[in-house]
Design a protein around this ligand. Structure first.
Ligand SMILES: Cc1cc2nc3c(=O)[nH]c(=O)nc-3n(C[C@H](O)[C@H](O)[C@H](O)COP(=O)(O)OP(=O)(O)OC[C@H]3O[C@@H](n4cnc5c(N)ncnc54)[C@H](O)[C@@H]3O)c2cc1C
Length: 427
């Protein structure tokens, strides 16, 4: 099997890179072993919320030079401020072009999104139907009174906590709930009563008018807030409700699994297939060969996978976007951290295992910054040798802490675009 490009990893980075390369006319296969981080995320995309010293960032653009001083190995620092900015703007353009409609802008700076626990957190891009507000530390409310309407007995969303937080921030709130007959089957098993499953029921054509009728009862307010458990299979549902009700309707991510994140992943998958991408779900590389293992630089020749046995894939380029420890792109044995597929060179990390973690669960965890070493074009290295046709992108990279710095999606998107550019430059 011959492909111009094989992408490993079906998360934000893998799909972004794959779709960009397909749009440039390259043939592309994508293998992925499991759900990506998007399925557990807020669905909003962070670019840079804080510097490594903890200083809060409002305008990522203005913070890139300081980031370079403090974290020279951060992917943004490697590629430089100008390129990072260009890639951020390109990512905004592409997401909207692909039909993932997002609000927010790199040039304007971060806005605030509402977390499942009612906290306002900074972020770069939020989907259009998600609850977000302009402002840095203080929200610039457009509304005075909001109604929070939840699904009866839904445990992954707490209107009381959200209401209390919003009251503290100056908004009046009112809480109500509704149910529909079709939800009763799900309700019989509490472990099934989760956002994604509820959305599958509420999104059904025959149920949409019933949802509308229920929400009409709660419209004595300036805006409606709902848990993100509708708008999965029918993404325009929320905007249709806004139109019908005559007031803004916004969704808030629930505890994981995350419908707002999952629908981005589903959407990217559809865009990938629509462009002729070949999907290899649940497949994983089991072995690979280099063309000339003794040469000064290495070039991957064949990849063998679990599902294709002794039939090798012969890619001209490979993109590694397998994520971090969470997605099994990296793993730790007793004495070493390893990149899971090719055992690529990693950025330096402490020899002592005790230094990989901090006992305080909420302290910045050193291991979060471990990952693959790349150059400014996302090219990788093995035992010090350049691997000419293997680029890495996303959370498998090292040099940044996506939790502390709030930069996970930004890194995934911009490094994926740089990896794609790097492939295209070699074509
Ligand atoms: C729980 C959680 C919540 C997060 N929430 C946010 C958020 O709200 N906002 C934000 O900006 N960032 C968030 N992040 C950071 C997030 O990781 C990035 O935003 C981004 O989605 C990462 O994309 P990725 O493609 O690099 O990696 P992943 O999303 O981790 O995708 C990697 C994919 O590769 C697959 N894979 C792994 N190994 C192999 C293999 N050997 N072969 C084939 N496939 C493989 C995995 O199954 C997975 O599908 C969160 C991260 C986590 C872990």
């Amino acid at each position: 099997m011959r492909f111009d490009v094989v992408v490993m990893g079906g998360g934000l980075a893998g799909y972004t890179c794959a779709i960009t390369l397909l749009d440039s006319g390259l043939s592309c296969a994508l293998m992925s072993i499991g759900q990506s981080a998007l399925h557990f995320s807020s669905g909003s995309m962070d670019f840079l919320n804080a510097l490594p010293n903890g200083e809060r960032v409002y305008k990522p653009e203005a913070a890139l030079e300081k980031l370079k001083e403090l974290a020279p190995e951060h992917p943004y620092s490697l590629m430089g401020a100008e390129k990072t900015k260009a890639m951020a703007l390109e990512a905004e353009r592409l997401l909207n072009n692909w039909g993932i409609l997002v609000s927010g802008s790199f040039t304007e700076g971060n806005h605030l999104r509402l977390s499942p626990m009612g906290k306002l957190l900074p972020t770069w891009l939020s989907q259009k139907d998600v609850f977000w507000v302009k402002g840095d530390e203080k929200p610039l409310w457009e509304w005075k009174k909001v109604s929070i309407v939840t699904v009866k007995d839904f445990l992954d969303f707490s209107p009381e906590i959200i209401s209390a937080q919003l009251n503290d921030l100056g908004l009046q709130t009112k809480i109500s709930s509704f149910t529909l007959p079709d939800l009763e089957i799900l309700r019989e098993n509490p472990s099934e009563f989760r956002s994604v499953n509820i959305a599958r029921v509420l999104d059904k054509k025959e149920n949409r008018p019933l949802v509308l009728a229920e929400l009409k009862k709660a419209t004595d307010c300036d805006a409606l807030i709902l848990p993100a458990c509708l708008g999965l299979n029918h993404p325009s549902f929320i905007s249709e409700l806004s139109k019908e009700l005559g007031i803004p309707v916004r969704i808030v991510p629930t505890l994981a699994p995350s419908m707002v994140g999952a629908r981005i992943n589903n959407h990217l998958h559809r865009e990938f297939l629509a462009r002729g991408g070949v999907s290899m779900p649940k497949d994983v590389a089991t072995a690979y060969t280099f063309k000339d293992p003794d040469a000064e630089t290495l070039t991957i020749e064949k990849i063998f996978t679990a599902n294709h046995g002794d039939i090798p894939i012969r890619p001209r380029h490979v993109i590694l976007a397998t994520g971090s420890f969470f997605s099994k792109g990296l793993y730790a044995d007793m004495g070493k951290i390893k990149e899971a597929v090719f055992e690529l060179d990693l950025l330096d990390y402490p020899d002592q295992r005790e230094e990989w973690t901090k006992y305080d669960f909420f302290a910045p965890q050193p291991y979060a910054g471990f990952g693959v070493k790349v150059d400014e074009n996302m090219r990788t290295f093995k035992k010090g040798k350049l691997v000419t046709n293997l680029k890495a992108a996303g959370l498998v990279l090292g040099g940044f802490n996506p939790v502390l710095q709030g930069c996970g999606a930004g890194v995934a998107l911009v490094t994926a675009l740089v990896a794609a550019q790097s492939v295209l430059a070699e074509e």
